[in-house]
Structures are given as structure tokens and as C-alpha cells.
Write a protein that binds this ligand. Structure first.
Ligand code: GLN
Length: 193
């Protein structure tokens, strides 16, 4: 079987783990650097990106994440996980850093408060350039303000970029795992060697 790590420091970890199990993957909850060693792919879940960032540094995971992901580990970042992957954050919390791997700029709280959250269906551009619908929940969601060199836009919501693909990286503003939507995770599994 194939093993997928789910970064398990804070946030919506269990929903990703359950979805990946339902797709036949073995799941490892990544809480320290050594947990990355057996992973064939990685999910960075939603939550609070400034907290997840701080914990990666306290627990000595930051450099291991950067090494593994920049070394080609297929990685999906959702919501706070997208913020973690991004090259630049327009409105970081004090001292907040991102991993700087996905060539996008994100606005952390672009879609408003928890109350302003929404569930919808988006048009998702697959690697073959064909589109298919994906169910998506937005919860205090970030927006991709700009996508740079090498980045494919995979989804938009009200005209704003909410999905991006760059080589082994997928970054999305929304939560498919809260809607029973498996397509984006299946795409991640398809990137594994
Ligand atoms: N806005 C949150 C942040 O800054 C992300 C919200 C989410 O992951 N649901 O991390």
C-alpha cells in the first residue's frame, strides 16, 4: 500500500485521515520529522496557519517539511495548509512564516469570518485540462491573490483563484474533506511514484 502523511499538529486532521483511508491509503499522523520518512505523499490540513507554523518550528519539523516537499514529495495543502505552502502571505500574523514552496501570494482571511463560510460546487481543471465539478466548503478561507511562474490555476470561486497546481504541489483554499469530495485527494494519490 501507499502511505500518506497528514500533518497532525493542529486543525482538521481526522477528516483527511478518514478520507485517505477510504481511498485505500495507509495514513501516518506526522508529529515529528521522522514521521515523514515513510510517507509517499503528504497533506497539510486546515486550521490556524499561524499556530501550525509556530508548532512546526517548535517541534523541529519546519526544515524537514521544506526538504521533503522541495525534494518532490506530492503534497496537498488545504486552507491553512495552502497558506503554509505559499511563497508569500499578504497579511501574516506577527512573526508568521510560510514554507515558501508554492509560487503564489495568499490573503489569509479573504473570504471573511467563520460565519461567512459557504458550501458550493466548483469547476476543477484536472492535469489533462479537462474540467469536472468538485464540492467545496469555505471556512475563513484564504484567496490566492496572484499565481506566479509555473503555477496552473485549477479552480476559481466568484472569480478569485482558490486552487493551484505546481509540479508535486496542490494548494486549495477550500475543504473537500468536509463534503465527501474525493477527487482532489485522488489526484494527490495519482502523483505518488
Ligand atoms: N484563515 C485561517 C488561517 O489563517 C485558515 C482557515 C482554515 O484553515 N479553515 O490559517
Amino acid at each position: 500500500g501507499k502511505t500518506v502523511g497528514v500533518l497532525a499538529l493542529q486543525g482538521g486532521v481526522s477528516e483527511h485521515a478518514e478520507l485517505l483511508c477510504s481511498l485505500g491509503a495507509d495514513v501516518v499522523l506526522v508529529k515529528k520529522a521522522s514521521h515523514l520518512e515513510g510517507s509517499d505523499a503528504l497533506v497539510l490540513p486546515g486550521g490556524e496557519s499561524s499556530t501550525i507554523d509556530r508548532l512546526t518550528r517548535i517541534l523541529g519539523l519546519r526544515d524537514a517539511l521544506i526538504d521533503a516537499i522541495s525534494g518532490g514529495l506530492p503534497t496537498l495543502g488545504t486552507c491553512a495548509g495552502l497558506i503554509m505552502l505559499s511563497r508569500e502571505i499578504t497579511d501574516p500574523a506577527p512573526g508568521q512564516q510560510s514554507l515558501g514552496l508554492l509560487n503564489v501570494t495568499v490573503d489569509r482571511n479573504a473570504f471573511g469570518s467563520q460565519v461567512a463560510s459557504a458550501e458550493t460546487v466548483l469547476d476543477w481543471k484536472s492535469p489533462s485540462s479537462k474540467s469536472h465539478p468538485v464540492k467545496a466548503a469555505f471556512i475563513r478561507a484564504p484567496r490566492i491573490v496572484s499565481a506566479g511562474e509555473g503555477v496552473d490555476v485549477t479552480a476559481r470561486y466568484n472569480g478569485e483563484i482558490v486552487g493551484a497546481r505546481q509540479g508535486n504541489l496542490l494548494g486549495i483554499s477550500f475543504h473537500p474533506e468536509l463534503c465527501g469530495e474525493t477527487a482532489v485527494h485522488e489526484e494527490l494519490l495519482g502523483l505518488m511514484k
